[in-house]
Every structure is written in C-alpha cells, then in structure tokens.
Design a protein around this ligand. Structure first.
Ligand code: MG
Length: 204
C-alpha cells in the first residue's frame, strides 16, 4: 500500500505559504508506517519545533489501474476519509531551501492520522461537492468544499496513473485548504466530513 499526497491543490493555501500555483499536480509520498488510525493520540516528535496540521480529503483506490482516462477514474474509488498530513514545517522549509524532497518533514512515523473510510454512496454526494473542516481545541481552523480543488480527484488519478500503477488499498491525500497552523502538546484536533465528526486526535 502506498500513500500518495498532493501538494498545492487549493489556491488559498498556496497563497498562505507563498508557493507557486502548479501547472501540473505536485506529489509526494508517505510510507505505510505513517498511518495513525482509531483516533490514537499523536506524539509530538522530538526532532521538530514547528509541527503543522493539514486537514485533507483522502480517497482509497479499489481497483488496479494504469493509465486511467479521466472519464473512467470514478470507477477506481468508492470510499473517502479525512486525514491529517502532519508536517514538520521547520524541516520542510530547510528541504525546500536546499531543493531536497519533502521526505523527513512529511513521512515520519504516524504523520498521517486518518479517519475510517466512508462510502460515497452512504454520504450521497458527489466527491467534488463535499464539505470538510478541522477544529483545534473546539475552534474552527480549516474549512472548505472539495469544489475548491485546483485538480479534481479524477484528474489526479488520471495524471498519477500515467506514471505509476495504482493498487487496491492505495490512499491519495488530495491537498489541504488554507488555515494550516501549528500544534502543541495538549491540543485536540477534530475533523468533520459534512456534518459528521469523523476523526479526533489528541496531541501528546
Ligand atoms: Mg498536505
């Protein structure tokens, strides 16, 4: 199983980090050891002083696929989740400055707290019309609708599958909206998909 993450897929977030608007999707990866499930606590890593949350819609691939045309991409997923792309912003800034990949800043152990997957059929809405939000200590810090993505889920799947085979169980983090920010020990993060609380994560 691979975890594929999209960077820079919401305009307002690109602006808040002073990044360039991409002409093509930007990807990076997290290993399977990054997964943190069942509302387990997140332990603040001792190698960073500036860990940020990034709340994202996650899509699970349910069919083997290669070179998938965009119009058939819908046949390759049926479930979504909310995930947190935990990022050591201080390390990432050094990586960017030195033109290095975002490996340590993004792929460290348990850097991907994740809700259970929920079927789109059960939600009853189009994947490009889903509301999600993140609360920190009860206060809303991120909120968006997936219609604000620069590259749609189907476009991402089509683009990615030109280069690598997508396998059953692969997960795609589809990018974060604006409002990313730091966490500290003692904080609680809670994510909502539509009106439903789907993920809670205590920072320890
Ligand atoms: Mg992200």
């Amino acid at each position: 199983m691979k975890i594929i993450c999209v960077g820079r897929n919401y305009l307002a977030h690109i602006k808040e980090l002073n990044h360039q608007i991409p002409e093509e999707p930007v990807f990076f990866f997290k290993p399977d050891s990054a997964l943190l499930q069942k509302n387990s606590p997140f332990y603040y890593p001792d190698f960073s002083n500036n860990v940020h949350y990034e709340c994202e819609l996650v899509v699970k691939i349910n069919r083997l696929g290669k070179s998938i045309p965009e119009k058939y991409a819908k046949n390759y997923y049926s479930e979504v989740a909310i995930g947190l792309d935990m990022t050591c912003r201080d390390i990432q800034e050094k990586e960017i400055k030195n033109s290095l990949p975002w490996s340590i800043s993004k792929a460290f152990d348990y850097s991907a707290p994740m809700s259970k997957f929920i079927s789109l059929e059960e939600i009853g809405k189009d994947i490009q019309n889903l509301d999600f939000k993140l609360l920190k200590n009860g206060e809303e810090v991120q909120k968006t609708n997936t219609s604000d993505m620069i590259f749609s889920v189907d476009k991402l799947i089509s683009y990615l599958s030109q280069y690598m085979t997508l396998k059953i169980g692969d997960m795609i983090f589809t990018g974060t909206p604006c409002g990313v920010g730091p966490i500290k020990i003692g904080d609680t993060l809670e994510a909502f998909l539509e009106e439903k609380s789907v993920l809670k994560c205590e920072i320890k």
